[in-house]
Design a protein around this ligand. Structure first.
Ligand code: SF4
Length: 444
């Protein structure tokens, strides 16, 4: 890891007359440039000594964001204080999912989920709590806790928030998705995962009262053609062999043929689900990325081939599948890897077995940047040019995003002329500029 302390000391020594905010911006830019270019920061500071702040910032920004400064009209950069604490770094070890402690709300005592967890995790310590809310209030939360979240499970009774509209993002076209909240948290470690900044729980939460959701849903006033998924705040299938949600959900939604229910996953944990009789309105979907990205950025998830093999098994069992190229990661040569990936996908799976494909380029709340730097200091995804976008999230510059979608759609349309493809959390102008590729918000 770069010696941040040396950068700070050098900036202090070379620019003692700058205020603290200016020094912090210089430190951040020096860090990012030397990380990206893999050079010693002293090589950058050499020619800057004695120059005024606006000159130095201009030079550093031009080096850090050359494409953005050339192409974007009024780019907004995000240069927070550099604060990386080595103790927050995640050590990637062999994957093992066996909680040390399982906290359960008093009201979940009789739920079958708790009984199953007792059967599957006999060595875990089971601790009764009044409510998760009280527990969280009484216990602090730090990034180190997040790194250890696999060690604690919480079983709760969901009362209010079973179903919600996907919040999408400010000023983006919304695809009309609904989220079934069956838990919160995931044991996998995707570098870009937004849950890292979205949670305050030092464990993985499971809602145990699926039957209450079914009761609620029967009375729920809804429009037809709803699309519902359980993979927004968690991975839908990572523990399905134990939670056993899938079969109950499939059996329930089979009676609602006008509704699509989607299990979204990066796992290969489909065996329990395959016990259910298939139904055409049940969609099992995988997020896909080239194997290089899976290896570098999606720790503990199934590899690309395993995901595709799982999808083929689901199709053979009579289910429909979906794929989410989300987030698409930009890097030099990205288009060759994604083209290969799409060709591989369509070699293995025919267009008419796929219900939808979504495309979304990397984006995240600015708060996540510091979390990624702390947990994954060697990450490469932050080395690209990410600037504040139309919704205040960090995104690639608009032209890069447009070119990514265009290329992806060209690849897709060569192999799948009529497949429903939509963009996730993207602004109207980009949708409009890509209309010729037949992308649409329509529900199938
Ligand atoms: S699989 Fe999804 S929920 Fe789990 S860490 Fe990766 S991005 Fe987050």
């Amino acid at each position: 890891m770069l010696d941040i302390f040396s950068i700070q000391r050098t900036v202090e020594k070379n620019f003692p007359y700058f205020g603290i905010n200016k020094k912090n911006e210089i430190i951040r830019l020096l860090y990012e440039i030397s990380k990206k270019e893999k050079i010693n920061f002293l090589k950058i500071t050499r020619d800057l000594k004695g120059r005024d702040f606006s000159f130095i910032k201009k030079i550093l920004l031009e080096r850090r964001y050359p494409y953005t400064l050339l192409k974007e009209k009024e780019p907004r950069f995000y240069l927070p204080i550099l604060d990386i604490q080595p103790e927050n770094k995640l050590r990637i070890k062999k994957f093992k999912l066996y909680p040390k402690k399982i906290y359960f709300e008093k009201e979940t005592e009789d739920l079958s989920l708790l009984k199953r967890f007792k059967r599957f995790f006999p060595r875990a310590e089971f601790i009764q709590i009044e409510t998760l809310k009280d527990y969280l209030k009484a216990h602090g939360y730090t990034l180190k806790d997040y790194n250890l979240r696999k060690e604690s499970f919480f079983i709760v009774k969901e009362k209010y928030d079973f179903l919600k509209n996907c919040p999408c993002t400010k000023d983006a076209l919304n695809c009309g998705y609904s989220i079934l909240n069956l838990g919160f948290g995931c044991p996998y470690e995707c570098i870009y995962c937004y849950l890292q900044e979205y949670t305050d729980s030092a464990g993985i939460i499971f809602s145990g009262n699926l039957e209450d959701f079914f009761r609620y849903f029967k009375k729920f006033k809804r429009s037809s053609k709803l699309r519902i998924g359980s993979g927004e705040f968690t991975d839908s299938l990572f523990l399905d062999d134990i939670t056993q949600y899938s079969v109950e959900l499939i059996n329930f939604f089979r009676d609602y043929p006008d509704i699509y229910f989607e299990f979204k996953t990066k796992s290969k944990n489909i065996d329990f689900l395959l016990n259910a009789k298939s139904s055409k309105n049940i969609v099992i979907s995988w997020s896909l990325n080239p194997q290089k990205i899976i290896k570098e950025c999606e720790f503990y998830t199934a590899d690309l081939k395993e995901r595709i093999v799982s999808a083929v098994k689901c199709i053979e069992a009579g289910f429909k599948v979906g794929f989410h190229f989300d987030p698409i990661i930009y890097y030099e040569g990205w288009q060759y890897d994604y083209k290969e990936l799409l060709n591989y996908l369509f070699d293995k799976i025919k267009e008419d077995s796929i219900l939808w494909i979504s495309l979304g380029t990397l984006r995240f709340n600015p708060r996540l940047k510091k979390i990624i730097e702390n947990r994954f200091p060697e990450n490469k995804i932050l080395d690209e040019e990410l600037i504040l976008g139309f919704d205040g999230k960090l995104r690639y510059p608009k032209e890069i995003r447009f070119n990514i979608y265009k290329k992806m759609l060209e690849f897709i349309r060569k192999r799948a002329k009529h497949l429903w493809v939509y963009l996730c959390m993207e602004e109207r102008v980009i949708w409009q500029a890509l209309k010729e590729f037949g992308i649409s918000m329509k529900n199938v």
